[in-house]
Ligand binder design. Structure first.
Ligand SMILES: Cc1ncc(COP(=O)(O)O)c(C=O)c1O
Length: 371
């Protein structure tokens, strides 16, 4: 590499200089390589361990034959399919390279210098990163004492410079949720010209009866945008496809910031196959819940405190240093996620629900470390 006297960091906008890149859960291959381990279990990125459906693989294989062409930039077939499934107009839908991209598009398209975005401090880290690099417009609010979004405090932070409020429900990394009543009250307090993005990446995993059903709320609250993804229960994390649903006029504006061909051909085919096989979702939800309950029970028996979760991961509190524990687990071939990057402090880690044998291996490794 050529030597240079240029301070490249100083060339970038202040928001970029002060932001750390997103740090994902370690990939299995990296841990195998670095630690010389054959067997590695990844419980770090809230993926679905069940893998894609055979129908999805078939659809992707078919689409592979056409990859010399650009994908359909408008996601025409996928949009039609989803609009039928959700019973909303096709113009209400925007797809992204993961719902991550839709979050980013919303921030970039809405916020000018001096304006702000309200979100929860201990929530999906991308909100802090995307607002950090975009005029440092983030206004994080602490969770309440039950690890839930403090909707009252968030509403209080909204001022005449607020363009967007992002709510993660259920919340990553705590797994907690806000109820329909809480959310109704919150929406009543938010001015019509502030957009409320409801990030429901774990929507399909939820079993709580009082969880808000937000799609019908779009009628009364045109400032609401709902974000969902095919990365979680549908097992398409590797293909990157998520979407936003909102008022057609609002979504039409966000489309202007969308990169051409942002959702690739294989992802579109796979997502359509998921929608055609929606009946698989209930079983996936049920099996996740059974495996999560067993994992939570095992963790509690080992002396950890677990936060009740509506997702496919569990926030775990330990007395000691979660970073050290994570590292010891890594050396035993189990990847989990310490929560210091999420601002949750030294004593917390997040464990994604794996297959039963993987969860058991994690519990056995923890037991060995503790003894
Ligand atoms: C709350 C939340 N929102 C959005 C995403 C991003 O999902 P996608 O893979 O669709 O970009 C994640 C992924 O972990 C998440 O936890």
């Amino acid at each position: 590499m050529a030597t240079t006297k240029t301070d490249f960091r100083a060339l970038f906008r202040p928001g970029i200089q002060g932001t750390r890149p997103y740090s994902p859960g370690k990939p299995i291959a990296e841990v195998q390589r670095e630690l010389g381990l054959d067997e590695v279990i990844k419980l770090a990125s809230n993926e679905n361990p069940e893998g894609p459906l055979p129908e999805v693989l078939e659809a992707v294989n078919k689409a592979l034959l056409k990859i010399n062409r650009y994908p359909d930039a408008s996601c025409f077939d996928l949009t039609r399919r989803l609009s039928q499934h959700l019973e909303v107009a096709p113009e209400s839908i925007i797809f992204g390279n993961g719902s991550n991209e839709v979050i980013d598009m919303l921030i970039r398209s809405l916020v000018s210098p001096g304006e702000n975005v309200v979100f929860s401090h201990h929530s999906f880290i991308v909100y802090a990163i995307s607002t950090g690099v975009h005029f440092e417009c983030g206004r994080p609010v602490p969770l309440d004492d039950q690890d839930k979004h403090d909707l009252q405090a968030m509403a209080y932070q909204v001022d005449n410079k607020t363009k967007l409020v992002i709510i993660c429900n259920p919340n990553n990394p705590t797994g907690t949720y806000n109820t329909a009543n809480e959310f109704d009250e919150f929406l009543e307090r938010i001015p019509d010209d502030v957009i409320v993005a409801m990030d429901e990446a774990y929507y399909e995993y939820v079993t709580a009866d009082d969880y808000p059903q937000t799609l019908p709320m779009l009628q009364e609250h045109p400032n609401l945008v709902i974000l969902r993804t095919f990365s979680k229960i549908h097992s398409l994390a590797g293909l990157r496809v998520g979407y936003g649903v909102g008022h057609p006029d609002l979504i039409g504006e966000v489309h202007k910031t969308r990169e051409p061909f942002n959702v690739n051909m294989l992802s579109q085919a796979a997502a359509i196959a998921c929608l055609e096989n929606w009946h698989e979702v209930a079983g996936r939800r049920q099996r996740n819940r059974e495996r999560m309950n067993a994992l939570a029970k095992g963790l509690t028996e080992l002396g950890f405190t677990v936060v009740p979760s509506q997702t496919n991961f569990i926030l775990v509190r330990c007395d000691g240093d979660a970073g050290k524990l994570t590292n010891e687990l890594l050396h035993k071939g189990v990847i989990v996620r310490p929560m210091d990057a999420f601002g949750l402090g030294e004593g917390t880690l997040r464990i994604s629900v794996g297959l039963s044998a993987e969860n058991q291996a994690c519990l056995t490794a923890l037991k060995e470390i503790l003894s």
